[in-house]
Design a protein around this ligand. Structure first.
Ligand code: MV4
Length: 504
C-alpha cells in the first residue's frame, strides 16, 4: 500500500479522499490555490502546497506542476477526484510516465470512452445495446436525412467528441435538419474543437440510470448496482438515489452485466460508471462511460456498504477485489441532495459571499460530505456545489422523510443555497411517487420555485416580523414587547401587532 497520496482536487471531494487515505493509514498531500488557503481540505491534509492563483487554469489544472509537487513531497500516487484533470488522458499518461500511480482508469480506457462514436462502436462490437443510430460521423445533411428516414423522427444530433449535452440538437422534422446540423456542428467545434456530429433516434421521456462498476488489475470486474439520476436541470443533477424505483432485480442483473461487459471491453481498471437511458418499457440503452469517481458515489456506498474511494486506492495499489457479484445487492434506500450556492427562486443564479453561520444536520442515517465551514468565502472561480447531504433509510418513503428532516436541520447563512428548493422537492407528490424522468424537473420547476407557504406558517412569520419590528422601534426603552399584568405577552397584543405590522 502507498504511504503518501497527493489529492489533485479541492472542496468536498478532496476531503472525501483525505478521509479514505487516513482510514487506510496513508498520509495525504493537498494542493490549493490562493483562494483556498484557509479551506478545510488544506487543514485536514497532512501536508498542503500552494500551486497558484484562484483560476483553475492557473492552479488545479496545472498537471505538470501537480506531478512535480507529488515527486518533491514523496507521494507515490495521485487521486484526481472528479472534474479538473480527472478525465484528461494526457494527465493520466503523464502521471504514469513520471513513475507515479494514477488512481483511476488507464489512459487508454479514458481515450476509448472519450470519443462517443468510438465508445458506441466498442459497445456494439461487444453486444452492449445502444440507441439506434450511426456510429460514424455524418458527412452532410443528405446523409443525416437518409438516417433520419430510416429510424423516423424525432432524431437527435450529437457531437462525436461530446458528452454532457453540448452540441446536441433534437430534430423533429426533415425541414429542420440542415439548420440543426449546422448549429450542432458550430457548438461542437466551439466546445470540443471537433465538429464531427452523428445521429441517433431520439428517446422521449426516459430515465437516466447509471451503473457503478469497480474493476481490479487482475481481470475482475463487478457491478455495484444502479443510481437513479433523472432529477436534473440543464445536465446538472440535483438529486440522486440508489436503488431506482424503475429497476427490478432482474433488470439490475442485466444492466450490471452489460456495464461490466462495456468496462472490460475498454480494458477498464478502477471505479467507473456506465450511463444508460431507461425507457418507459424497461428497455435500456448505453450512452457513455464516465471514467472517474462521480459526485453521487455515496448513495451506492450506503446501499452496498462498499467504500468506493478506499477500493479505488486499493485496486490502484494492485489489490484484488474480494467480493463476488452474487453477494452484492442493495440494502435499503439512499438519497443525495447537492447543496449548491444557487438561488433557485432566481433562475438558479450563482450566489457569492461568506458563510456567516453553518449548522449541520446529524442523527440516524445522515451523512454530510461538505467542503465548507463558517467563514468560507464562496466566489465564482469554482463549481457552485458546496456539499452533499446524503441519507440512508430502510425504504424510499423513509429516506425522503429523513432527507426532509435533515434539510430542516440544515442552516446556511450568508449566501443563497439550494436548501429550500430541496425541501420543496421532498414535499412534491410526483417525486414522492417516483414518477420522474429526465425532463420532469424542468417541467416541474415553476411549481417548485414559486411556493406559497401554508397559512399557519405565514401567520407565525407575520407575528415574528411584528415582534421584531416592535422590538426595533422600542430599542433603548424596553427590550420586550408590551406585556399585560401577568408579565407575559398577551395573545391579543401579539395579534394586534401582527395585524398592524406583519400583515400591512
Ligand atoms: C439522448 C437523449 C434522448 N435520446 N439520446 C444528454 C447528455 C448525454 N449524456 C446524452 N444525453 C441524452 N441523450 C437519445 N438518443 C436524452 C439525453 C438527455 C439526458 C440524458 C441523461 C441525463 C439527462 C439528460 C437530459 C437531457 C437529455
Amino acid at each position: 500500500m502507498f504511504d503518501k497520496v497527493l489529492i489533485a482536487n479541492r472542496g468536498e471531494i478532496a476531503l472525501r479522499i483525505i478521509r479514505a487515505c487516513h482510514e487506510l493509514g496513508i498520509r495525504s498531500v493537498a494542493v490549493y490555490s490562493d483562494a483556498d488557503a484557509h479551506a478545510p481540505h488544506v487543514r485536514e491534509a497532512d501536508e498542503a502546497v500552494n500551486i497558484g492563483p484562484p483560476p483553475s487554469s492557473q492552479s488545479y489544472l496545472l498537471g505538470d506542476v501537480i506531478i512535480d509537487v507529488a515527486q518533491r513531497f514523496g507521494a507515490q500516487a495521485i487521486h484526481p477526484g472528479y472534474g479538473f484533470l480527472s478525465e484528461r488522458e494526457w494527465f493520466a499518461r503523464a502521471v504514469r510516465d513520471a513513475g507515479l500511480v494514477w488512481i483511476g482508469p488507464p489512459a487508454e480506457a479514458i481515450a476509448a470512452m472519450g470519443s462517443k462514436t468510438a465508445a458506441r462502436t466498442l459497445a456494439v462490437a461487444h453486444g452492449v445495446p445502444v440507441v439506434p443510430g450511426t456510429t460514424e460521423a455524418l458527412r452532410d445533411a443528405g446523409a443525416a436525412r437518409d438516417v433520419a428516414k430510416q429510424y423516423g423522427y424525432p432524431v437527435l444530433l450529437k457531437a462525436a467528441a461530446g458528452g454532457g449535452g453540448k452540441g446536441m440538437r433534437v430534430v423533429r422534422e426533415a425541414s429542420e435538419l440542415e439548420s440543426s446540423l449546422e448549429a450542432a456542428r458550430r457548438e461542437a467545434k466551439n466546445a470540443f474543437g471537433d465538429d464531427a456530429v452523428y445521429v441517433e433516434k431520439y428517446i422521449e421521456g426516459p430515465r437516466h440510470v447509471e451503473i457503478q462498476i469497480l474493476a481490479d488489475s487482475h481481470g475482475n470486474c463487478v457491478s455495484l448496482g444502479e443510481r437513479e439520476c433523472s432529477v436534473q436541470r440543464r445536465h446538472q443533477k440535483m438529486v440522486e438515489e440508489a436503488p431506482s424505483v424503475a429497476v427490478s432485480p432482474e433488470l439490475r442483473r442485466e444492466m450490471g452485466e452489460t456495464a461490466v461487459r462495456a468496462a472490460l471491453a475498454a480494458g477498464y481498471v478502477n471505479a467507473g460508471t456506465c450511463e444508460f437511458l431507461l425507457d418507459s418499457n424497461g428497455k435500456f440503452y448505453f450512452l457513455e462511460m464516465n471514467t472517474r469517481l462521480q459526485v453521487e458515489h455515496p448513495v451506492t456506498e450506503l446501499v452496498t456498504g462498499i467504500d468506493i474511494v478506499q477500493w479505488q486506492i486499493r485496486v490502484a495499489a494492485g489489490e484484488r477485489i474480494p467480493f463476488r457479484q452474487e453477494d452484492i445487492a442493495p440494502t435499503g434506500w439512499a438519497m443525495e441532495c447537492r447543496i449548491t450556492s444557487e438561488d433557485a427562486s432566481n433562475n438558479f443564479l450563482p450566489s457569492t459571499g461568506t458563510v456567516s453561520y453553518l449548522h449541520l444536520p446529524s442523527g440516524p442515517g445522515v451523512r454530510w460530505d461538505g467542503g465548507i465551514e463558517a467563514g468560507s468565502v464562496i466566489g465564482l472561480n469554482y463549481d457552485p456545489m458546496l456539499a452533499k447531504l446524503i441519507v440512508w433509510a430502510p425504504d424510499r418513503n423513509l429516506a425522503i422523510e429523513r432527507m426532509h428532516r435533515a434539510l430542516l436541520e440544515l442552516t446556511i447563512e450568508g449566501i443563497e443555497t439550494s436548501r429550500d428548493f430541496h425541501l420543496r422537492l421532498m414535499e412534491d407528490e410526483e417525486f414522492r411517487r417516483g414518477e420522474i424522468e429526465i425532463q420532469w424537473l424542468e417541467r416541474r420547476l415553476p411549481s417548485l420555485t414559486t411556493v406559497t407557504p401554508p397559512a399557519d406558517t405565514a401567520r407565525a412569520a407575520a407575528i415574528a416580523a411584528a415582534l421584531l419590528a416592535d422590538r426595533d422601534r422600542q430599542r433603548g426603552r424596553a427590550s420586550t414587547v408590551t406585556t399585560g399584568s401577568s408579565g407575559t405577552p398577551s395573545t391579543s397584543a401579539w395579534q394586534r401587532a401582527a395585524r398592524e405590522e406583519g400583515l400591512r
